[in-house]
Design a protein around this ligand. Structure first.
Ligand SMILES: Nc1ncnc2c1ncn2[C@@H]1O[C@H](COP(=O)(O)OP(=O)(O)OP(=O)(O)O)[C@@H](O)[C@H]1O
Ligand SMILES: [Mg+2]
Length: 267
């Protein structure tokens, strides 16, 4: 597993009546197409043999269906649910990495996302080079980057590795660098996908302190995590996703206990 940072510029203007909103998803459906070669009939088998070509069958998979979410500025929301329920897809849609198949997504304010799998970091560039590149894409001037770099390097705390190409990093090191960049470029909206689970104990505690300060300063947080204690520490509200649909959207304790009860009932 590897981690990196992504950015998104805010939607041009506020939607009507959404003055305090940071993220607004309306009726979002995300469909992925899978191509597989499958022989389903004698005729197909014949054609395939004659043409010496596999028959590709296109099947659509709905990863997210009719997803609605409004996050207010300063709110901290957790996305929970079992593997494959659509959490990372929802986060990537909000980050602007995926486009919705149906529906609209608006974000208001500077957004940084720390997500699984290399979107953002260039494997051949060193940590420092990646940070500089990312910060310039975020709109920081060369002077601001030079001033901010020591803090990012200090926060990531990966030693001499910052001068090595990112392709040599462990997933924990990538997560540390991605997290350090995301929090140090002063975003207004921060999206985190499982990043807290990867760092060691000391780094995790540093992340919690930083995220608590971010939230207390009015920052907006959307966190994907399987770890109930970490989301309970950071978030006040949770969305439970099940097979791409929102099963519950309520206070964090209420959602986590319903989720636990459902998991217990399954065993
Ligand atoms: N790029 C893609 N192409 C095709 N299918 C995809 C793609 N990304 C996700 N999916 C599918 O969408 C579904 C939801 O995936 P997603 O990664 O959002 O789940 P998740 O809730 O984050 O799971 P996990 O807890 O394992 O991280 C899965 O069935 C997955 O196979
Ligand atoms: Mg995921």
């Amino acid at each position: 597993m590897s981690f990196s940072t992504a950015i998104k510029r805010s939607s041009p203007k506020l939607s009507d009546g959404l003055g305090a909103a940071a993220v607004v998803c309306r009726g979002v459906t995300k469909r992925f197409y899978h191509y597989e070669h499958r022989t389903t009939s004698l005729r197909e088998a014949f054609v395939r043999t004659i043409l010496r070509r596999p028959i590709h069958v296109r099947t659509a998979e709905f990863t997210l269906r009719d997803f609605n979410l409004q996050v207010k500025r300063g709110e901290a929301v957790a996305l929970i649910g079992s593997n494959g329920s659509g959490k990372s897809t929802a986060l990537r849609l909000i980050a602007g990495i995926y486009a919705p198949s149906i529906g609209t997504i608006e974000t208001f304010g500077r957004l940084a996302a720390v997500i699984e799998l290399g979107v953002g970091f260039h494997p051949e560039l060193t940590g420092v080079e990646n940070v500089s590149l990312y910060a310039s894409v975020m709109g920081l001037t060369r002077h601001e980057i030079a001033a901010g770099l020591p803090e990012i390097v200090r926060f990531a705390d990966i030693g001499e590795f910052v001068h090595e190409p990112v392709k040599y990093y462990s997933s924990g090191m990538q997560a540390r660098l991605a997290f350090a960049v995301a929090v140090c470029v002063n975003p207004e909206i921060l999206l985190l996908d499982e990043v807290l689970a990867v760092g060691d104990h000391a780094f995790r505690e540093r992340c919690y302190d930083r995220l608590t300060a971010f939230r207390d300063d009015g920052g907006t947080l959307v966190v994907v995590s399987h770890d109930a204690s970490s989301v309970r520490r950071l978030c006040t509200r949770a969305l439970w996703l099940e097979k791409g649909r929102v099963r519950m959207d309520a206070g964090i304790d209420e959602v986590l206990s319903a989720y636990d009860a459902a998991a217990d009932a399954h065993q």
